[in-house]
Design a protein around this ligand. Structure first.
Ligand code: GRF
Length: 210
């Protein structure tokens, strides 16, 4: 059984999708804890209602990123995770933190990386006239929104889309590729070659929605 710790900052719909898939599909994994940097994160209630341990490490209580990350790591390590899953966790992490969880820290980013790292991805994709958009699950490195890609979900940009409409379409892809990626990790199905990651049996690492 692999132990998962999921980090959130807000509504936690990706966390919810992972928790539900883990239970419904009987993964060899348990959700050890859901941790938020915001006391008011909506997702905390969902986790608590499911009997999952929750914790808050409020970044506002720390003078520096180093101090915050050190306390966050201490709380995470108290749950002895095999994998730490960033699910809408909106803090930039220090190199010390990302090194500590090297190859066992996943993130989801709402763009087709390496395009549009950082914030406001949907607005930027629309401003560029992109014809497709999507989301990327990747291992986390010290460089923001870089690291080996586990899976990408692609959706069309449709005429008349605004950022909200596009975000909602991308989110449907997120809710499929993130559980799938975490499942592969817990099944030991991900194989590293250099700085990239492949599925052991060549399962498609992309989801194309129309
Ligand atoms: C998702 O779009 C995620 O990709 C981005 O923030 C959003 C979080 O949504 N980083 P939720 O908290 O999982 O509902």
């Amino acid at each position: 059984m692999k132990r998962l710790v999921i980090l959130i900052s807000g509504r936690g719909s990706n966390m919810e999708a992972i928790v539900k898939a883990c239970a419904a599909e009987g993964w060899p994994a348990s959700i050890a804890a859901v941790i938020s940097n915001r006391p008011d994160a909506g997702g905390l209630q969902f986790a608590a209602d499911r009997g999952i341990a929750t914790a808050v490490v409020d970044h506002k209580a720390f003078a520096s990123r180093d101090d915050f990350d050190a306390e966050l790591a201490r709380v995470i390590d108290g749950f002895s995770p095999d994998l730490v899953v960033l699910a809408g966790f909106m803090r930039i992490l220090t190199p010390a933190f990302t090194a500590r969880y090297e190859r066992r820290l996943l993130n989801i980013h709402p763009s087709l990386l390496p395009a549009f790292t950082g914030l406001h991805t949907h607005e930027r994709a629309l401003a560029m006239g992109c014809k497709v958009a999507g989301a990327t699950v990747h291992f986390v490195t010290a460089e923001l929104d870089h690291g080996a890609i586990v899976m990408q979900g692609v959706v069309p940009v449709k005429p008349g889309d605004d950022a909200k409409a596009l975000a909602a379409r991308v989110l449907t892809a997120e809710h499929r590729i993130y559980p799938q990626s975490v499942r592969w990790f817990v099944e030991d199905a991900l194989v590293w070659s250099g700085d990239t990651v492949q599925h052991r049996d060549g399962a498609p690492q992309q989801l194309l929605l129309s």
